[in-house]
Design a protein. Sequence first.
Length: 323
Amino acid sequence: MAKYLDPKADLTFKKIFGEHKHLVISLLNALLPLKDDERVESIEYWPAEKIPDRTEAEKYSIVDVCCKDNKKHEFIVEMQMTWTESFKKRVLLNASKAYVAQTGKGMAYKSLQPVYALNFVNATFLDGVDDYYHYYHLVHDKYTNQVIDGLHLIFLELPKFKPTTFSERKMQVLWLRFLTEINENTKEVPAELLENAEVNEALGIVEIAAFSDEEMRAYDKFWDRVSTQRTYEEEIEETITRRVIKKVEAEVKQKVEAEVKQKVEAEANKKAEGMIKDAEAKAEAKAELQKMDTARKLMAMNVMTTDQIAEATGLTTEQIKAL
């Protein structure tokens, strides 16, 4: 019984699609949103100097095959083993570079041909969305039949792919099943994959028996580096998450403390205002009593009239008579 290597690895992916033109043609026609008259018929691989530069980390997490067809359409096929939001911008940048690189001195813009960036992502990046196939291009926001042909970005989330039997997408399903179901743990290859000539050929390419000891060491090293990169990115994500949580907690604490302080100050101000009013009321009452006491004494002396006492104490004649 044959044993297989995972076709998503750098070594295997490039052996299949970077060395066998008819297989990458089949893959492109199956996965790209091409019209019948746009189907790829023949391709040429890009020269090494045209391949996008990679950072040290990307060299171990991104596998790519680049080519163009007989119509001068350009294709960047990537297998991304890990995912960060910055990858979208990197994909856009590399596709834009390929588009701009077509221009030459005195070249007419109408001769520019579209660039397709086909990205297999071995991770989930759109939460809450069931679709695994995502196609981005320049479309009028209201008249969707109006398209500016130039950059086409396609992302396929492999973890979301579920095998189907849609006849109109037969090759798409077969290639995606090949990429997601075949690996070192495969004990029995599904009959549908064996029955298709192109996928069957790809299966033969990734048989372990076809690889040298040196290639197997390179294969294992690739997965070790991918694992290291994933661990590194997970640690970064956890660190960022902890920092965000800590920042949010600090902001919430600060907000709560400010609200408590404001409430305490408001209650203290209210209490102080009440105390002031009470004090003022007591002072007024005391002053009134003192006036009445003075009025009584003056009345007892019988040396002033009621009106004179009222004027001297500030009481009314009615209040004095009531005494």
